[in-house]
Design a protein around this ligand. Structure first.
Ligand code: F0G
Length: 462
């Protein structure tokens, strides 16, 4: 038996498949798949600190990568199959200025800034792993549906590696321009579907079922293996200690799922002795997880979760044609494909779920930026959620909290400019229909005559 394999997550099924199979669901029961390891057949370090040795050999691309530096904890490929473009060079940064504004003590708030990845979002952590598997199985064409970042990430890996072509599906009018420009620029074949992300994902799954095209959305279990490393880097930033809380925006719930798996494995391997709590933050206009978890009390329940509850929820959603709607376009998703894995993560990490309004999202995004950490709206949901959980007293001022800033500020400049300028036209188009009327953190440009006296006066110096 090989040291790594794919396995159905349903406890009554647990069918295994070898690494060479291209699957995004169990062939027997349709449940999601995990990558599992026979840990006794691979070399696992005795402590996380051992990974620090690789800092000294970073001229080796595998040691330079913030994902593959930890390859002993995602040992599915041979080193020679790894496709890396230097992803994961991201670090945990303490932000006391922002912490003070939202009621955290000093030394308590940390931001894991994933916008610094090659394509500007956390997706590269996963796409390096999916691309590696695509190479292992000899894929010639890859595809994904995307609210923008997955497509940018897949497009860069396809472009740089030259190993495969890529086709990306985006919902029409549903993608921030920074992200669309990346897919186009990196040479992806880009299809704008007349529909939203949920439609685009359904179509790309059909396409990949019927044709030899390799799917890179987060139903791909290999992709999620790479995203585990975001948690390792957070621990690294804390001297290998586990924070009290991880706060992450929830869209398709791939990140939340992989974070849960990371901690399940680290605990199982004896590399940590406690796990952090997990807070998943939905946008109020795309709050399926919040509804199912908090209102309907859906739980993981050792894998035997109430599938009728989920089915009924989606039936009502379809009947009433409820569509996801939020300015945080990255998380504008009503059918999160990793829902069940996210329930597992919530169960293992004693997690909570909250929804925040678009007003809270854009204000939090601006607050984060004003302390020097530019991020896109979806990432702003983390601080909005943290603020809510502080006010509720769920998170204490002294808890050590790591918020994952998932995407770069320049991904969605239109929204940022609309917020700061107060331009009535942009207001109408972007902000008001979404229910955003206040801009307390706006920093508008000052219009001034082309004249130094006027400039001095505008600066209040004269
Ligand atoms: N933040 C950003 C910036 C994202 O791009 C996404 C997802 C999320 C958060 C949510 O992460 O799906 O793991 O819960 N973007 C996907 C995309 C859906 O197509 O780029 P998740």
């Amino acid at each position: 038996m090989s040291h790594a394999f794919q396995q159905c997550i349903h406890p009554d099924c647990q069918t295994t498949y070898d690494l060479g199979q291209i699957l995004t669901a169990c062939k027997k029961c349709g449940s999601l798949l995990d990558i599992q390891y026979n840990w006794d057949r691979v070399s696992v370090p005795s402590s996380m600190k051992e990974f620090e040795k690789r800092w000294a050999s970073r001229l080796n691309p595998l040691d330079f990568s913030g994902v593959w530096r930890f390859r002993n904890l995602l040992p599915f490929p041979a080193d020679s199959d790894i496709v890396t473009i230097g992803e994961g060079q991201t670090i945990l940064q303490k932000n006391d200025l922002l912490g003070a504004k939202i009621g955290m003590n000093a030394d308590s708030l940390f931001l894991q800034y994933e916008g610094l990845n090659p394509s500007g979002s956390f997706k590269d952590n996963g796409m390096t792993a999916a691309s590696t598997h695509a190479k292992m199985v000899g894929a010639k064409i890859t595809a994904c549906a995307s609210t923008g970042n997955t497509s940018a990430s897949l497009a860069i890996y396809a472009g740089v590696s030259g190993l495969f072509k890529c086709v990306v599906f985006v919902g029409s009018g549903k993608i921030a321009y920074g992200k669309l420009s990346q897919a186009l620029d990196y040479g992806a074949t880009t299809l704008q579907i007349k529909g939203d992300f949920d439609d685009a994902l359904a179509r790309v799954r059909e396409l990949c079922d019927q044709h030899p095209i390799y799917l890179c959305n987060s139903v791909n279990p290999f992709r999620l293996e790479g995203q585990k490393t975001i948690m390792y880097r957070i621990m690294e930033g804390l001297g290998w200690e586990v924070p009290d809380w991880i706060v992450v925006p929830g869209g398709n719930l791939g990140n939340s799922s992989s974070f849960g798996k990371a901690f399940i494995e680290l605990k199982q391997l004896g590399l940590i002795d406690r796990v952090p709590r997990l807070a998943i933050i939905n946008a109020a206009g795309a709050s399926t997880l919040d509804q199912l978890f908090n209102s309907d009390e859906l739980r993981w329940n050792d894998g035997k979760n109430d599938s009728d509850l989920i089915r009924n929820y989606y039936e009502v959603m379809d009947k009433e044609d409820q569509r996801a709607s939020t300015l945080a376009s990255a998380i504008e998703i009503n059918r999160p494909v990793n829902l069940v894995k996210a329930l597992r993560a919530l169960s293992f990490c004693d997690g909570v779920v909250r929804s925040v309004s678009d007003q809270q999202i854009v204000d939090s995004r601006a607050m984060i930026a004003a302390t020097g950490f530019g991020c896109e709206p979806a990432s702003g949901a983390t601080i909005a959620g943290l603020q809510m959980l502080r006010e509720e007293g769920v998170i204490a001022a002294s808890d050590r909290v790591a918020c994952v800033l998932t995407g770069h500020q320049l991904k969605d400049p239109d929204l940022t400019v609309a917020y700061h300028t107060g331009d009535p036209k942009k207001h109408e188009e972007k902000l008001h229909p979404a229910g955003v009327f206040e801009m307390p953190y706006a920093n508008p440009p000052i219009v001034v005559e082309n004249d130094v006296a006027a400039i001095v006066s505008a600066l209040g110096l004269g």
